[in-house]
Design a protein around this ligand. Structure first.
Ligand SMILES: Cc1cc2nc3c(=O)[nH]c(=O)nc-3n(C[C@H](O)[C@H](O)[C@H](O)COP(=O)(O)OP(=O)(O)OC[C@H]3O[C@@H](n4cnc5c(N)ncnc54)[C@H](O)[C@@H]3O)c2cc1C
Length: 532
């Protein structure tokens, strides 16, 4: 391995590291990705890719492959002793996709790995990170090569995607705060022949313990259940069949076990995701109960939040303080995932009959209230993530209907030259910030707004695209500002935009800033705090 200064060294080529290397490539940074194993995982491990993760994968150019290979799952069915307690479905969500995708982790890794191979900058397998030495402007990593020789890699930054047993975490002496659940768990990857449609995941809860069945297509399922005894050894196929028949009255015939394993669950989190030039993401930063299937999803979204910030700082386009917003924004998300999956796990593990009845009654009662059912679906789909409290997210002026810190709102605009309306994800495609000036229904003289849009467009051309949204047809005078028509004032009406208003979409498609009415000084101040 040649020794020259890289922008980033990625340690670990699990799904999070593989996604990270692809993101670094998309943002134009130099990188090297290493992993001590021999190749990508063969196991199905993380299955569910939630709606927000699918949005992220769309933005990063992967969505077609995931939709092509994965299975659409439209609801989660909760049952107890053969009776349905609740069905949480995603069809009423106000989202582009109303399903999650189940795809074995091995396939997810394959898609991400193939994309790196195409870019001719793929994983260096069997290269193990042993030590690091952080200096003011770089990190030096000592690695062991496949032939046993030692080498040094120098990079400006390291992203630790080295999983739950993270070497880098140990090297930093960082506390992985949390604990282990007492209960042992089993998993089985096998076929089930039964009349239940494959677009649902089924969670059975009974006094024998939980049994969750996640479809992978063609009758293949991941079954997850608590082990009946506190024995850590792997289950046999017969053990799984016996427990399956005890815990569900849906008559299923099990066959073709592909993978049977016992596992333990921990919930732990790093106190801080950044140690100077080393950033932690994925299982290296947080682990939790697999109920809810959030592990891989949270890791991918960590990376999506981090890489654009490193890219801006590394290219000298942003102040280095921007990097602190990674922990500021992602640590609370990890904490929330841990606390909610912990609560779910405890509820599902209840053994006392009286408490089981109370729990089942509450599930049934709450799931009949459509607003609560909808809120649970939003939560499961990871649509509630907000960075509103982050120090780089601001709302200025009067309250409007765009929520700073939330994901990009979904609406369409028509370009001044063109007939086809474009969605916001299309308009904001790429790795830059996008600044939108909505002219406002009350603004009869847009000249002042146009001037400011032009000034900002010129000043921040390398990092930001500026858009002007008019309510009426206008002549496009050309230039740096992109002009759009809000057809029939749809967006202005939906979001009650009467005065000139501003919306900033960050490279990770979250809203970085909202402002109404327009205030030039405030806006210029904000940008000089973020960009150089
Ligand atoms: C049974 C099971 C079911 C799960 N189900 C789900 C689910 O449905 N949904 C979900 O979102 N999540 C699920 N998860 C969790 C999910 O698998 C993990 O969250 C995910 O694998 C984490 O990815 P990662 O890239 O952070 O870490 P890993 O996949 O652990 O990858 C870390 C990599 O770092 C490498 N590495 C470690 N140390 C070094 C070193 N010193 N030098 C070089 N390389 C190193 C390792 O070899 C490894 O390849 C499940 C997990 C399990 C075990």
């Amino acid at each position: 391995m040649k020794n020259h200064m890289l922008d980033v060294l990625v340690v670990g080529a699990g799904p999070v590291g593989l996604f990270c290397a692809n993101e670094l490539n998309r943002h134009g940074l130099t990188y090297k990705i290493i992993d001590k194993k021999e190749g990508i995982s063969e196991h199905s491990k993380a299955l569910g890719l939630h709606i927000r993760t699918l949005d992220v994968l769309e933005d990063c150019g992967f969505i077609e492959k995931f939709l092509e290979r994965g299975l659409k799952v439209e609801s989660a069915l909760l049952k107890s002793n053969g009776k349905e307690l609740a069905e949480i479905d995603f069809k009423d969500l106000d989202t582009k996709r109303k399903y999650l995708i189940d795809l074995p982790q091995s396939e997810t890794e394959r898609i991400l790995y193939d994309a790196l191979e195409e870019k001719h900058n793929s994983v260096h397998w069997q290269v193990e990170l042993l030590t690091v030495n952080q200096q003011i402007d770089r990190v030096m990593a000592s690695v062991k090569n496949p032939d046993g020789s030692m080498a040094r890699i120098e990079a400006r930054w390291i992203i630790a995607c080295d999983g739950s047993h993270s070497t880098l975490r140990h090297l930093m002496n960082a506390d992985f705060h949390g604990s282990k659940y007492q209960q042992h768990w089993w998993l089985a990857d096998l076929h089930i022949d039964w009349p239940i449609p494959e677009n649902k995941m089924i969670i059975n809860i009974s006094h024998h313990g939980p049994l969750a069945c996640f479809p992978m297509g063609n009758k293949r399922y991941r079954v997850v259940l608590t082990a009946p005894t506190n024995d850590a050894k792997d289950p046999s196929f017969e053990d799984i069949v016996k427990e399956f028949n005890l815990r569900t009255s849906d008559h299923g015939v099990l066959s073709d076990p592909i993978w049977l394993s016992a596992f333990a669950i921990h919930h732990r989190q790093l106190q801080h995701y950044r140690f100077d030039r080393i950033f932690f993401a994925g299982d290296a930063a947080h682990i939790h109960s697999p109920l809810g299937g959030q592990g891989l999803n949270t890791g991918i979204q960590d990376i999506y939040n981090l890489v654009w910030k490193i890219a801006l700082v590394q290219k000298g386009q942003s102040h280095v303080d921007l990097l602190n917003s990674y922990n500021d924004e992602r640590h609370p998300v990890g904490k929330d995932v841990i606390s909610k999956t912990n609560m779910m796990t405890k509820m599902i593990l209840i053994k006392n009959d009286i408490l089981i009845n109370m729990r089942n009654f509450s599930f049934k009662f709450l799931a009949n209230i459509s607003s609560i059912k909808n809120a649970i679906a939003y939560e499961l789909a990871e649509l509630k993530i907000s960075y509103a409290k982050s120090f780089i997210v601001h709302h200025f002026g009067e309250k409007i209907k765009f929520n700073a810190g939330e994901f990009i709102p979904d609406f369409n605009l028509r370009p001044v030259h063109g007939d086809r309306e474009c969605s916001m994800l299309e308009i904001t495609e790429g790795t830059k910030h996008h600044l939108f000036f909505f002219i406002g229904k009350e603004n009869v003289s847009p000249t002042k707004v146009q001037e400011l849009a032009h000034t900002l467009g010129k000043q921040y051309e390398k990092v930001m695209v500026v858009h002007l949204i008019m309510t009426d047809n206008v002549m496009d005078s050309g230039g740096i500002v992109h002009r759009w028509i809000d057809v029939s004032h749809n967006v202005h009406n939906k979001y009650s935009i009467n005065k000139t208003s501003v919306l900033l979409i960050r490279p990770d498609k979250y809203i970085g800033l909202t402002q109404t009415p327009l205030n030039n000084d405030e806006l210029l101040d904000y940008f000089s705090g973020i960009f150089i």
